[in-house]
Write a protein that binds this ligand. Structure first.
Ligand code: SPD
Length: 414
Protein backbone atom coordinates (compact mmCIF):
# COMPACT_ATOMS: atom_id res chain seq x y z
CA UNK A 1 0.00 0.00 0.00
CA UNK A 2 1.27 3.50 -0.78
CA UNK A 3 1.11 6.49 1.56
CA UNK A 4 -1.76 7.98 -0.43
CA UNK A 5 -3.78 4.80 0.01
CA UNK A 6 -3.17 4.94 3.75
CA UNK A 7 -4.76 8.39 3.76
CA UNK A 8 -7.60 7.36 1.49
CA UNK A 9 -8.36 4.37 3.71
CA UNK A 10 -8.48 6.70 6.73
CA UNK A 11 -5.59 4.82 8.38
CA UNK A 12 -3.13 7.73 8.38
CA UNK A 13 -3.46 11.21 9.80
CA UNK A 14 -0.09 12.78 9.01
CA UNK A 15 2.99 12.57 6.84
CA UNK A 16 6.46 13.83 7.69
CA UNK A 17 9.09 14.11 4.98
CA UNK A 18 12.57 14.91 6.22
CA UNK A 19 14.81 15.97 3.40
CA UNK A 20 18.59 16.19 3.88
CA UNK A 21 20.36 18.06 1.10
CA UNK A 22 24.10 18.01 0.51
CA UNK A 23 26.30 20.26 -1.62
CA UNK A 24 23.64 22.90 -2.18
CA UNK A 25 24.16 26.09 -4.15
CA UNK A 26 25.85 28.25 -1.44
CA UNK A 27 24.17 31.43 -2.69
CA UNK A 28 20.67 29.99 -2.36
CA UNK A 29 21.02 28.77 1.22
CA UNK A 30 22.50 32.13 2.25
CA UNK A 31 19.57 34.16 0.95
CA UNK A 32 16.45 34.76 3.04
CA UNK A 33 14.71 35.88 -0.14
CA UNK A 34 15.42 32.58 -1.90
CA UNK A 35 14.44 30.52 1.15
CA UNK A 36 11.12 32.36 1.32
CA UNK A 37 10.61 31.88 -2.41
CA UNK A 38 11.23 28.15 -1.93
CA UNK A 39 8.50 28.00 0.72
CA UNK A 40 6.03 29.86 -1.48
CA UNK A 41 6.67 27.67 -4.52
CA UNK A 42 6.70 24.42 -2.54
CA UNK A 43 3.38 25.24 -0.87
CA UNK A 44 1.86 26.00 -4.24
CA UNK A 45 3.20 22.77 -5.73
CA UNK A 46 2.04 20.46 -2.96
CA UNK A 47 -1.12 22.45 -2.36
CA UNK A 48 -0.50 23.65 1.22
CA UNK A 49 -2.04 26.85 2.55
CA UNK A 50 0.51 29.11 4.28
CA UNK A 51 -0.60 30.64 7.54
CA UNK A 52 1.23 33.83 8.49
CA UNK A 53 4.64 34.96 7.21
CA UNK A 54 7.68 32.81 6.46
CA UNK A 55 10.27 33.28 9.18
CA UNK A 56 13.90 33.09 8.03
CA UNK A 57 16.51 34.14 10.58
CA UNK A 58 20.27 33.72 10.39
CA UNK A 59 21.94 32.73 13.64
CA UNK A 60 24.16 30.11 15.31
CA UNK A 61 26.87 30.57 17.90
CA UNK A 62 28.82 27.59 16.59
CA UNK A 63 30.33 27.66 13.06
CA UNK A 64 29.07 24.12 12.49
CA UNK A 65 25.41 25.14 12.65
CA UNK A 66 25.55 28.79 11.60
CA UNK A 67 23.07 29.80 8.89
CA UNK A 68 19.40 30.44 8.28
CA UNK A 69 16.61 28.66 10.09
CA UNK A 70 13.21 28.80 8.49
CA UNK A 71 9.71 28.19 9.72
CA UNK A 72 6.37 28.38 7.95
CA UNK A 73 3.07 27.49 9.54
CA UNK A 74 0.66 25.85 7.17
CA UNK A 75 -3.00 25.30 7.82
CA UNK A 76 -2.34 21.60 8.22
CA UNK A 77 0.85 21.96 10.31
CA UNK A 78 4.42 23.09 9.62
CA UNK A 79 7.37 23.35 7.27
CA UNK A 80 10.77 24.04 8.79
CA UNK A 81 14.38 24.01 7.72
CA UNK A 82 17.97 24.62 8.75
CA UNK A 83 20.64 25.70 6.33
CA UNK A 84 24.19 24.95 7.49
CA UNK A 85 26.61 27.29 5.76
CA UNK A 86 29.81 25.54 6.79
CA UNK A 87 28.83 22.37 4.91
CA UNK A 88 26.37 23.82 2.37
CA UNK A 89 23.78 21.37 3.54
CA UNK A 90 20.12 21.81 4.43
CA UNK A 91 17.70 19.86 6.59
CA UNK A 92 14.06 20.36 5.76
CA UNK A 93 10.97 18.91 7.41
CA UNK A 94 7.53 18.99 5.86
CA UNK A 95 4.84 17.84 8.20
CA UNK A 96 1.19 17.92 7.28
CA UNK A 97 -1.92 16.11 8.31
CA UNK A 98 -3.23 16.68 4.80
CA UNK A 99 -1.72 14.32 2.20
CA UNK A 100 0.88 15.60 -0.29
CA UNK A 101 3.20 13.75 -2.63
CA UNK A 102 6.49 13.34 -0.73
CA UNK A 103 8.47 12.46 -3.85
CA UNK A 104 7.35 15.58 -5.68
CA UNK A 105 8.31 17.61 -2.58
CA UNK A 106 11.71 15.92 -2.42
CA UNK A 107 12.47 16.38 -6.13
CA UNK A 108 11.43 20.01 -6.09
CA UNK A 109 13.48 20.75 -2.95
CA UNK A 110 16.62 19.15 -4.37
CA UNK A 111 16.23 21.03 -7.62
CA UNK A 112 15.48 24.36 -5.96
CA UNK A 113 18.60 24.36 -3.78
CA UNK A 114 20.62 22.70 -6.57
CA UNK A 115 21.79 20.00 -4.18
CA UNK A 116 24.13 17.34 -5.57
CA UNK A 117 22.79 14.67 -3.23
CA UNK A 118 19.60 14.11 -1.29
CA UNK A 119 18.59 11.68 1.41
CA UNK A 120 15.02 11.63 2.62
CA UNK A 121 13.05 9.89 5.31
CA UNK A 122 9.31 9.38 5.20
CA UNK A 123 7.28 8.87 8.33
CA UNK A 124 3.62 8.17 8.25
CA UNK A 125 1.51 8.94 11.35
CA UNK A 126 -1.18 6.33 11.66
CA UNK A 127 -4.45 5.97 13.50
CA UNK A 128 -4.17 4.00 16.73
CA UNK A 129 -6.18 1.12 15.30
CA UNK A 130 -3.98 0.94 12.21
CA UNK A 131 -0.71 1.00 14.15
CA UNK A 132 -0.83 -2.66 14.99
CA UNK A 133 -0.37 -3.59 11.36
CA UNK A 134 3.26 -4.08 10.42
CA UNK A 135 4.91 -1.06 8.85
CA UNK A 136 6.53 -3.40 6.37
CA UNK A 137 3.17 -3.50 4.60
CA UNK A 138 3.76 0.03 3.39
CA UNK A 139 6.31 0.14 0.62
CA UNK A 140 8.89 2.85 1.03
CA UNK A 141 8.85 5.27 -1.92
CA UNK A 142 12.62 4.74 -2.03
CA UNK A 143 11.99 1.26 -3.44
CA UNK A 144 10.12 2.74 -6.39
CA UNK A 145 11.25 4.48 -9.53
CA UNK A 146 9.08 7.48 -10.37
CA UNK A 147 9.04 9.05 -13.79
CA UNK A 148 7.77 12.55 -13.15
CA UNK A 149 9.00 14.40 -16.22
CA UNK A 150 5.74 16.28 -16.19
CA UNK A 151 5.10 17.09 -12.57
CA UNK A 152 1.42 16.21 -12.42
CA UNK A 153 1.53 12.81 -14.05
CA UNK A 154 3.97 9.99 -14.51
CA UNK A 155 4.52 6.36 -13.77
CA UNK A 156 5.90 4.43 -10.79
CA UNK A 157 7.50 1.01 -10.88
CA UNK A 158 8.70 -1.01 -7.90
CA UNK A 159 12.43 -1.60 -8.12
CA UNK A 160 14.36 -4.66 -6.95
CA UNK A 161 17.39 -3.77 -4.85
CA UNK A 162 19.79 -1.05 -5.96
CA UNK A 163 20.10 0.67 -9.32
CA UNK A 164 22.51 -1.53 -11.29
CA UNK A 165 24.08 1.13 -13.52
CA UNK A 166 24.52 4.89 -13.42
CA UNK A 167 26.62 7.13 -15.62
CA UNK A 168 26.62 10.77 -16.55
CA UNK A 169 27.75 10.80 -20.17
CA UNK A 170 28.59 14.06 -21.96
CA UNK A 171 25.01 14.04 -23.26
CA UNK A 172 22.71 12.61 -20.59
CA UNK A 173 22.30 10.59 -17.42
CA UNK A 174 22.07 6.86 -18.11
CA UNK A 175 20.55 4.48 -15.56
CA UNK A 176 19.61 0.81 -15.52
CA UNK A 177 17.32 -0.67 -12.87
CA UNK A 178 15.84 -4.08 -12.21
CA UNK A 179 12.10 -3.68 -11.71
CA UNK A 180 9.91 -6.13 -9.85
CA UNK A 181 7.27 -6.47 -12.53
CA UNK A 182 8.93 -5.56 -15.85
CA UNK A 183 12.51 -6.85 -15.73
CA UNK A 184 15.42 -4.57 -16.52
CA UNK A 185 14.71 -0.95 -17.36
CA UNK A 186 16.76 1.69 -19.21
CA UNK A 187 16.25 5.30 -18.09
CA UNK A 188 17.77 8.35 -19.82
CA UNK A 189 17.63 11.73 -18.09
CA UNK A 190 14.99 10.37 -15.72
CA UNK A 191 12.70 9.11 -18.52
CA UNK A 192 11.90 5.43 -19.08
CA UNK A 193 13.14 4.28 -22.49
CA UNK A 194 12.40 0.60 -22.28
CA UNK A 195 11.70 -2.29 -19.95
CA UNK A 196 12.57 -5.88 -20.64
CA UNK A 197 9.01 -7.14 -20.63
CA UNK A 198 7.30 -4.67 -22.99
CA UNK A 199 10.07 -3.24 -25.20
CA UNK A 200 9.08 -5.64 -27.98
CA UNK A 201 5.83 -3.75 -28.49
CA UNK A 202 7.81 -0.56 -29.12
CA UNK A 203 10.67 -1.95 -31.18
CA UNK A 204 8.58 -4.19 -33.40
CA UNK A 205 6.26 -1.30 -34.15
CA UNK A 206 8.94 1.29 -34.85
CA UNK A 207 10.47 -1.08 -37.40
CA UNK A 208 8.12 -3.57 -39.04
CA UNK A 209 5.41 -1.34 -40.49
CA UNK A 210 7.92 0.52 -42.70
CA UNK A 211 9.84 -2.61 -43.60
CA UNK A 212 6.63 -4.39 -44.60
CA UNK A 213 5.63 -1.48 -46.82
CA UNK A 214 8.90 -0.69 -48.60
CA UNK A 215 9.36 -3.25 -51.41
CA UNK A 216 13.17 -3.30 -51.21
CA UNK A 217 14.51 -1.77 -47.98
CA UNK A 218 18.16 -2.58 -48.65
CA UNK A 219 19.77 0.21 -46.69
CA UNK A 220 18.24 1.13 -43.34
CA UNK A 221 19.43 3.72 -40.81
CA UNK A 222 18.47 4.11 -37.15
CA UNK A 223 19.12 7.47 -35.54
CA UNK A 224 19.27 7.17 -31.74
CA UNK A 225 18.24 3.69 -30.59
CA UNK A 226 21.57 2.97 -28.89
CA UNK A 227 19.97 0.17 -26.87
CA UNK A 228 19.90 -1.96 -30.05
CA UNK A 229 16.20 -2.94 -29.91
CA UNK A 230 15.31 -1.41 -33.30
CA UNK A 231 18.42 -2.93 -34.88
CA UNK A 232 17.40 -6.36 -33.55
CA UNK A 233 14.07 -6.07 -35.36
CA UNK A 234 15.55 -4.75 -38.62
CA UNK A 235 17.96 -7.69 -38.65
CA UNK A 236 14.97 -10.04 -38.95
CA UNK A 237 14.44 -8.76 -42.51
CA UNK A 238 16.32 -10.81 -45.10
CA UNK A 239 16.01 -8.15 -47.83
CA UNK A 240 17.96 -5.59 -45.77
CA UNK A 241 21.62 -5.51 -46.82
CA UNK A 242 23.09 -2.73 -44.66
CA UNK A 243 21.96 -1.58 -41.22
CA UNK A 244 23.47 1.63 -39.87
CA UNK A 245 23.01 3.00 -36.35
CA UNK A 246 23.94 6.57 -35.57
CA UNK A 247 23.69 7.32 -31.83
CA UNK A 248 25.61 10.31 -30.59
CA UNK A 249 26.08 8.70 -27.18
CA UNK A 250 28.51 5.79 -27.18
CA UNK A 251 27.82 5.22 -23.48
CA UNK A 252 24.24 4.12 -24.20
CA UNK A 253 25.52 1.43 -26.56
CA UNK A 254 28.14 0.34 -23.98
CA UNK A 255 25.53 0.16 -21.21
CA UNK A 256 23.19 -1.86 -23.44
CA UNK A 257 25.93 -4.33 -24.37
CA UNK A 258 26.66 -4.93 -20.71
CA UNK A 259 23.22 -4.76 -19.08
CA UNK A 260 20.56 -5.17 -21.79
CA UNK A 261 21.58 -8.24 -23.80
CA UNK A 262 17.98 -8.76 -24.92
CA UNK A 263 18.13 -5.61 -27.08
CA UNK A 264 21.89 -5.40 -27.68
CA UNK A 265 21.73 -8.79 -29.38
CA UNK A 266 20.91 -6.78 -32.52
CA UNK A 267 24.47 -5.44 -32.69
CA UNK A 268 25.80 -8.94 -33.41
CA UNK A 269 24.34 -9.05 -36.92
CA UNK A 270 27.07 -8.79 -39.60
CA UNK A 271 25.14 -6.17 -41.58
CA UNK A 272 25.27 -3.67 -38.67
CA UNK A 273 27.64 -0.69 -38.59
CA UNK A 274 27.62 1.68 -35.61
CA UNK A 275 28.49 5.39 -35.77
CA UNK A 276 28.75 7.76 -32.82
CA UNK A 277 28.22 11.09 -34.51
CA UNK A 278 25.85 13.99 -34.39
CA UNK A 279 22.84 12.93 -36.50
CA UNK A 280 22.90 16.25 -38.38
CA UNK A 281 26.52 15.90 -39.50
CA UNK A 282 26.03 12.21 -40.26
CA UNK A 283 23.05 12.82 -42.56
CA UNK A 284 24.65 15.78 -44.27
CA UNK A 285 27.22 13.49 -45.87
CA UNK A 286 24.73 10.89 -47.12
CA UNK A 287 22.31 12.27 -49.69
CA UNK A 288 19.83 10.04 -51.52
CA UNK A 289 21.30 7.05 -49.69
CA UNK A 290 18.80 5.22 -47.45
CA UNK A 291 15.56 3.38 -48.18
CA UNK A 292 14.24 3.69 -44.64
CA UNK A 293 15.33 5.96 -41.77
CA UNK A 294 14.05 5.23 -38.28
CA UNK A 295 14.36 7.99 -35.70
CA UNK A 296 14.31 6.14 -32.39
CA UNK A 297 14.80 9.18 -30.25
CA UNK A 298 14.28 10.16 -26.64
CA UNK A 299 11.63 12.75 -25.82
CA UNK A 300 12.05 16.29 -27.18
CA UNK A 301 14.31 17.35 -24.33
CA UNK A 302 18.08 17.00 -23.94
CA UNK A 303 19.97 15.47 -26.87
CA UNK A 304 16.69 14.37 -28.53
CA UNK A 305 15.27 17.89 -28.87
CA UNK A 306 16.78 18.81 -32.22
CA UNK A 307 15.47 15.58 -33.75
CA UNK A 308 11.99 17.14 -33.74
CA UNK A 309 12.92 20.21 -35.80
CA UNK A 310 12.35 21.18 -39.44
CA UNK A 311 16.07 21.33 -40.24
CA UNK A 312 16.43 17.71 -39.14
CA UNK A 313 13.41 16.52 -41.14
CA UNK A 314 14.81 18.24 -44.22
CA UNK A 315 18.12 16.38 -43.78
CA UNK A 316 16.30 13.07 -43.35
CA UNK A 317 14.26 13.77 -46.47
CA UNK A 318 17.39 14.49 -48.50
CA UNK A 319 19.15 11.36 -47.21
CA UNK A 320 16.26 9.15 -48.30
CA UNK A 321 16.04 7.78 -51.82
CA UNK A 322 13.13 8.81 -54.08
CA UNK A 323 10.77 6.27 -52.52
CA UNK A 324 12.12 6.43 -48.96
CA UNK A 325 10.24 6.25 -45.66
CA UNK A 326 10.97 7.97 -42.35
CA UNK A 327 9.56 6.62 -39.09
CA UNK A 328 9.97 8.78 -36.02
CA UNK A 329 9.06 8.44 -32.35
CA UNK A 330 6.19 10.89 -32.00
CA UNK A 331 4.92 10.93 -28.43
CA UNK A 332 1.49 10.20 -26.98
CA UNK A 333 -1.83 11.40 -28.38
CA UNK A 334 -3.18 11.38 -24.81
CA UNK A 335 -0.46 13.62 -23.38
CA UNK A 336 1.11 15.59 -26.22
CA UNK A 337 -1.61 16.42 -28.73
CA UNK A 338 -0.42 19.97 -29.31
CA UNK A 339 3.21 18.99 -29.65
CA UNK A 340 2.27 16.26 -32.13
CA UNK A 341 0.13 18.72 -34.11
CA UNK A 342 3.03 21.16 -34.34
CA UNK A 343 5.49 18.47 -35.35
CA UNK A 344 3.12 17.00 -37.91
CA UNK A 345 2.85 20.41 -39.56
CA UNK A 346 6.64 20.65 -39.77
CA UNK A 347 6.98 17.20 -41.35
CA UNK A 348 4.13 17.84 -43.79
CA UNK A 349 5.92 20.89 -45.14
CA UNK A 350 8.75 18.56 -46.23
CA UNK A 351 7.30 15.09 -46.92
CA UNK A 352 4.42 14.66 -49.38
CA UNK A 353 2.64 12.06 -47.19
CA UNK A 354 2.39 11.56 -43.46
CA UNK A 355 0.45 9.22 -41.19
CA UNK A 356 0.44 8.70 -37.41
CA UNK A 357 0.16 5.28 -35.82
CA UNK A 358 0.68 3.91 -32.34
CA UNK A 359 1.52 0.99 -30.12
CA UNK A 360 0.83 0.02 -26.53
CA UNK A 361 3.69 0.28 -24.03
CA UNK A 362 2.38 -0.22 -20.47
CA UNK A 363 5.48 1.26 -18.81
CA UNK A 364 5.30 4.63 -20.57
CA UNK A 365 3.33 7.20 -18.57
CA UNK A 366 0.28 7.19 -20.83
CA UNK A 367 0.58 3.48 -21.63
CA UNK A 368 1.14 4.06 -25.32
CA UNK A 369 3.36 5.87 -27.79
CA UNK A 370 2.99 6.96 -31.40
CA UNK A 371 5.10 7.19 -34.51
CA UNK A 372 5.12 9.33 -37.62
CA UNK A 373 5.13 7.46 -40.94
CA UNK A 374 6.45 9.98 -43.47
CA UNK A 375 6.69 8.67 -46.96
CA UNK A 376 7.83 9.93 -50.34
CA UNK A 377 5.79 7.38 -52.25
CA UNK A 378 4.23 4.38 -50.47
CA UNK A 379 1.02 4.26 -48.49
CA UNK A 380 1.36 2.44 -45.14
CA UNK A 381 -1.68 0.32 -45.79
CA UNK A 382 -0.20 -1.56 -48.73
CA UNK A 383 1.42 -4.30 -46.68
CA UNK A 384 3.78 -6.78 -48.37
CA UNK A 385 4.37 -10.38 -47.37
CA UNK A 386 7.89 -10.90 -46.08
CA UNK A 387 9.49 -14.03 -44.71
CA UNK A 388 11.37 -13.02 -41.61
CA UNK A 389 14.26 -14.56 -39.69
CA UNK A 390 13.12 -15.00 -36.09
CA UNK A 391 9.77 -14.60 -34.39
CA UNK A 392 7.56 -11.61 -33.64
CA UNK A 393 5.53 -11.11 -30.48
CA UNK A 394 3.47 -8.04 -31.30
CA UNK A 395 3.46 -7.16 -34.99
CA UNK A 396 1.06 -8.81 -37.42
CA UNK A 397 -0.72 -7.64 -40.56
CA UNK A 398 -3.85 -7.02 -38.50
CA UNK A 399 -2.00 -5.01 -35.85
CA UNK A 400 -0.30 -3.05 -38.64
CA UNK A 401 -3.65 -2.00 -40.10
CA UNK A 402 -5.25 -1.34 -36.75
CA UNK A 403 -2.37 0.82 -35.54
CA UNK A 404 -3.18 3.46 -38.15
CA UNK A 405 -6.80 3.77 -37.05
CA UNK A 406 -6.85 6.70 -34.65
CA UNK A 407 -9.39 7.40 -31.92
CA UNK A 408 -11.86 10.15 -32.81
CA UNK A 409 -10.27 12.79 -30.57
CA UNK A 410 -6.91 12.30 -32.29
CA UNK A 411 -8.08 12.20 -35.90
CA UNK A 412 -7.79 15.95 -36.17
CA UNK A 413 -4.05 15.85 -35.48
CA UNK A 414 -3.42 15.06 -39.10
N1 SPD B 1 8.65 8.84 -23.35
C1 SPD B 1 9.62 7.88 -23.66
C2 SPD B 1 9.89 7.75 -25.09
C3 SPD B 1 11.04 6.87 -25.32
C4 SPD B 1 11.35 6.70 -26.72
N2 SPD B 1 12.59 6.07 -26.97
C5 SPD B 1 12.71 4.72 -26.63
C6 SPD B 1 13.98 4.15 -27.09
C7 SPD B 1 13.92 2.69 -27.18
N3 SPD B 1 14.81 2.17 -28.13
Amino acid sequence: MQFIDEFKAGRAWGLLTSIDLFDCNPKKIRSAKEIKRYVRELCKLIDMKRYGPTIAIRFGSEERVKGYSMMQLIETSLISGHFAEQTNSAYIDIFSCKYYDPIIAEKFTKKFFEAKRVESYFTIRRMPWARKQKLAEIPNPRDWFFETLELNRGVALAVKGKRIYYKKSPYQTIEVYKTKAFGKMLVLDGVIQLTESDEFAYHEMIVHPALHVHPKPERVLVIGGGDGGAIREIAKHRDVKEIHLCDIDEEVVNAAKKYLPFTAVGFKDKRVKIFHEDGFVFLDGRKNFYDVIIVDSTDPIGPGKTLFGSRFYRLVYDSLKGDGIMINQLESIFYHKEFIGKTVRKIKRIFPKLWYYYTIVPTYPSGMIGFGFASKKYSPLKIRNKKLKGKLKYYSKEIHKAAFALPKFAEKIL
